[in-house]
Design a protein around this ligand. Sequence first.
Ligand SMILES: CC(C)(COP(=O)(O)OP(=O)(O)OC[C@H]1O[C@@H](n2cnc3c(N)ncnc32)[C@H](O)[C@@H]1OP(=O)(O)O)[C@@H](O)C(=O)NCCC(=O)NCCS
Length: 148
Amino acid sequence: MIIRNATRRDKKEISELYYELHPIEEKENKEKGLLVPIEISRIKPLFLVAEEDKKVVEFIWAHFIQYGFFKYGSIDELFVKKEFRGKGIGKRLVEEAVRKLQKMNAKIILVGTEKENKEAINLYQKVGFELGKNSLWFYWNPKKKLSK
Ligand SMILES: CC(C)(COP(=O)(O)OP(=O)(O)OC[C@H]1O[C@@H](n2cnc3c(N)ncnc32)[C@H](O)[C@@H]1OP(=O)(O)O)[C@@H](O)C(=O)NCCC(=O)NCCS
């Protein structure tokens, strides 16, 4: 068995595997006979700030990501300066990011935070995010070595 980089010549076989992986989500594209556009892979940053008296007091940094047919949004950084918290600024900025990502046709928007970050958890739930019930997230500890 060899591991190599995929090329466009693999497109047909990759498509067969992809449709096997996502039989429900990609039913329509499969029925249309479309091959998965493996050449499409793009990422678009979305950076918003809130300004008060000409000073930036909050920022949100999100990304729109597309690979093949799949489009999703990721909220990666959010920060409100301490004295401006609790005034609804964070919520408004998250909502604006969600609006923009939806306009770009993101199928899902992901965000992660620490279990003990109650402020952020409450905020995301207030905006309408739900805690994944059937999904698990794994993270890689960079100090760890690959297991053999
Ligand atoms: C999390 C953070 C962005 C919230 O910003 P904010 O502008 O204070 O939030 P908002 O005023 O818009 O509040 C929106 C909702 O968030 C929740 N929330 C905000 N502050 C809270 C607090 N101190 N305790 C509990 N819930 C809180 C509430 O549900 C609130 O809605 P409500 O006021 O109707 O109850 C801000 O505390 C922050 O920058 N924290 C440090 C950085 C951080 O943790 N970033 C998130 C990483 S994922």
